[in-house]
Design a protein around this ligand. Structure first.
Ligand code: GDP
Length: 475
C-alpha cells in the first residue's frame, strides 16, 4: 500500500526515485528525561536537503523563498558551526555543527544534510518541529534512508540487512559477522552462484534455439555438471549453521537428574553481571533462559526440568519437553551430582539423549565440595562455592567457538535467505531430473529468481516492505 502510494506520488510528479520528497529523522536515540544524551543528530535526505539546511540556518531565507546554493550554504562535506533557527519566526533553537553532502556520492545516493545538536528533548523536538514547517520535507518512515540507498543501488539487500544486524549486535563476534556481510561477502557468494546458473541457462537456451537432431533430448553432460555443482554448493551452505547460531545465539541445554544443581549452576552463571547480555527471560514452568556473552560468542543457556522416570503426568510432560529441548539445542551441558551414582547417570543420560555429541557436549560433575570425582574429560564443579567455574567457562567458550567460528565461505545468517536457498536447491534438483531441455531451463530460471530475491537483484515490493519495516526510524 505504502509502496503504491510512493509510486503514485512519483508518477504524479513525473519524477523517478532521485526526484522525490526530502525526508528527515532523528538519527540518534530519542532523548528522554533520564537519558538526555550528549548529542542529537538529525539527518535529512532528498533533493532539497541543502535547501532545508539553508532555511534552518539563515535568517530570512525562508521568507525570501531563496533556496540552495545560497551564499549561506557551507562548502559540502565541511562541518560548520551554525545557529539553528525556526525558519518562520527566526528564533534560535540551538547552536551546533551542520554539514551537507552532494548527491550522488552519499549514503542514500541523494543530497544529504546533518545537524549535530546538543542532546536533550527540547532541542531535538524544536529542530524537528522547525523541519516540519518546510512543506517540501516530511518525517522519514522506519528504514527509509537505507531503503533509498538500496533503491539508488548503493547497497544490496543482504548489506541492508547487515546494517540492521550490526545495530542489533550484542557481542563482538556478532558484530564481526554483520560487518563482513555489510561489506558484501554474502552478496558476492549469491551473485557468483547466480552468474554460474545464468551461464548454464544460456547453454540450455542455445540448445533450445538451435536443436541438434543428432543429440539426445536431455540436458547435455557439461551443463548437467554445472547445475550439479551449483546444487551441491548450495546444499553445503544450507547445512552450515554457524551464521544462524552466531546471529541468534548458540542454544545450550542444561540437562541432568533432579537436584544435581542445574538451577544453581544457571544462577551462578547469571550472577556474573559482566557476562549477561539481557535479563533472565522466557520463564515457564520448565524452561528458564539466560543470555550470555562468552568471550564474544552469544549463548542462550536453558535450564530444563530434571530428566528422570516419573509417574506424575505433569512431570512426565516436563521431562518430555526437556528431552526435546536437549535434542534441539546446539550444545548440551550434562550436570551430575558427585554424591550420587553419577557414573551410572552419565551413562544412562548420554545414551538416552539422541543428539549427544562427545566432542562438544560437556559433562559437569557438581557438588565436588561434598565428594571428589575423578574421570576423563569431566568438569569438576561446586555450584555453591564457584570452584571449577573458570574451567567450565573455558570449556563452554571452546565449544561455542568451534560451533560458530567462521570457516572459508561466509555463513548463512537469516531464515529469509534459507527459504530462498531451499527453493533454489529444489528447483535445481528438478532441472537435473527434467525430461526435456525446455523444462530444465524453466526450473533453472526459477532457481535464479530465488537467488536474486536474496540479494535484491530480483525486486519484490512486498518483500522490501517487510525487510525495511524492521529498521528503526532514522536508519
Ligand atoms: P536442580 O534440581 O538440578 O536444578 O538442582 P538445584 O540447583 O535446585 O540444587 C539442588 C540442591 O543441591 C539445592 O539444595 C542446592 O543448594 C544444592 N546444591 C547445588 N549445587 C551444589 C554444590 O555444588 N554443592 C553443594 N553442597 N550443594 C549444592
Amino acid at each position: 500500500d505504502r509502496a503504491r502510494r510512493h509510486a503514485d506520488a512519483a508518477a504524479l510528479n513525473g519524477s523517478g526515485p532521485m526526484q522525490r520528497e526530502t525526508i528527515y529523522a532523528l538519527g540518534t536515540p530519542a532523548p528522554s528525561r533520564s537519558v538526555p544524551g550528549a548529542v542529537s543528530v538529525i539527518r535529512i535526505s532528498g533533493p532539497r536537503a541543502a535547501d532545508a539546511l539553508v532555511f534552518l540556518t539563515e535568517r530570512k531565507a525562508f521568507e525570501r523563498g531563496r533556496s540552495a546554493r545560497d551564499p549561506a550554504l557551507p562548502a559540502p562535506r565541511r562541518m560548520t558551526v551554525r545557529t539553528v533557527i525556526d525558519p518562520v519566526s527566526g528564533d534560535a533553537i540551538d547552536q551546533g555543527l551542520v554539514v551537507w553532502f552532494e548527491a550522488p556520492n552519499t549514503e542514500t545516493g541523494e543530497t544529504m544534510a546533518e545537524l549535530h545538536l546538543h542532546g536533550g528533548r527540547a532541542v531535538a523536538n524544536g529542530a524537528l518541529a522547525a523541519l516540519a514547517k518546510l512543506e517540501f520535507c516530511r518525517i522519514a518512515e522506519p528504514g527509509e534512508f537505507t531503503r533509498r540507498a538500496f533503491e539508488n543501488n548503493k547497497l544490496g539487500l543482504t548489506e541492508a540487512e547487515a546494517i540492521a544486524d550490526l545495530v542489533a549486535a550484542e557481542t563482538d563476534q556478532q558484530r564481526r559477522l554483520a560487518l563482513q556481510q555489510m561489506k558484501g561477502a554474502l552478496h558476492r557468494l549469491y551473485e557468483d552462484w547466480r552468474t554460474m546458473g545464468l551461464r548454464a541457462l544460456a547453454h540450455l537456451e542455445a540448445a533450445i534455439d538451435f536443436p541438434d537432431e543428432d543429440l539426445p533430448a536431455g540436458v547435455d553432460a557439461e551443463v548437467t555438471r554445472e547445475i550439479t555443482q551449483l546444487r551441491d554448493e548450495i546444499a553445503a551452505h544450507l547445512g552450515d549453521r554457524r551464521g544462524e547460531r552466531l546471529r541468534d545465539g548458540l542454544h545450550i541445554a542444561i540437562i541432568g537428574p533432579p537436584n544435581a544443581g542445574k538451577s544453581s549452576l544457571l544462577n551462578l552463571l547469571a550472577q556474573r553481571d559482566a557476562a549477561i547480555v539481557s535479563d533472565i527471560a522466557g520463564t515457564t514452568r520448565d524452561v528458564i533462559e539466560v543470555h550470555l556473552d562468552l568471550g564474544g560468542w552469544p549463548v542462550v543457556l536453558a535450564d530444563t526440568a530434571g530428566l528422570r522416570a516419573s509417574s506424575d503426568a505433569i512431570e512426565q510432560e516436563g521431562v518430555r519437553r526437556a528431552r526435546a529441548r536437549a535434542d534441539e539445542a546446539d550444545l548440551r551441558l550434562l550436570v551430575l551430582d558427585a554424591t550420587s551414582d553419577w557414573q551410572a547417570d552419565r551413562a544412562m543420560l548420554t545414551r538416552q539423549t539422541a543428539r549427544w555429541d562427545a566432542e562438544y557436549d560437556i559433562v559437569v560433575v557438581n557438588k565436588t565440595d561434598l565428594r571428589a570425582a575423578e574421570a576423563e574429560g569431566i568438569v569438576r564443579l561446586s555450584a555453591t562455592s564457584g570452584a571449577g567455574l573458570p574451567e567450565l567457562l573455558a570449556r563452554l567458550e571452546g565449544s561455542a567457538a568451534a560451533l560458530m567460528a567462521e570457516g572459508g565461505a561466509p555463513p548463512l545468517t537469516r531464515a529469509r535467505h534459507r527459504e530462498a536457498l531451499l527453493d533454489a536447491h529444489a528447483a535445481l534438483g528438478r532441472a537435473l531430473a527434467a525430461p526435456e531441455v525446455a523444462l530444465a531451463a524453466e526450473d533453472l530460471r526459477l532457481a535464479m529468481r530465488a537467488l536474486g530475491r536474496i540479494t535484491g537483484t530480483v525486486r519484490i515490493d512486498e518483500l522490501l516492505d517487510v525487510i525495511f519495516r524492521d529498521f528503526c526510524i532514522g536508519k
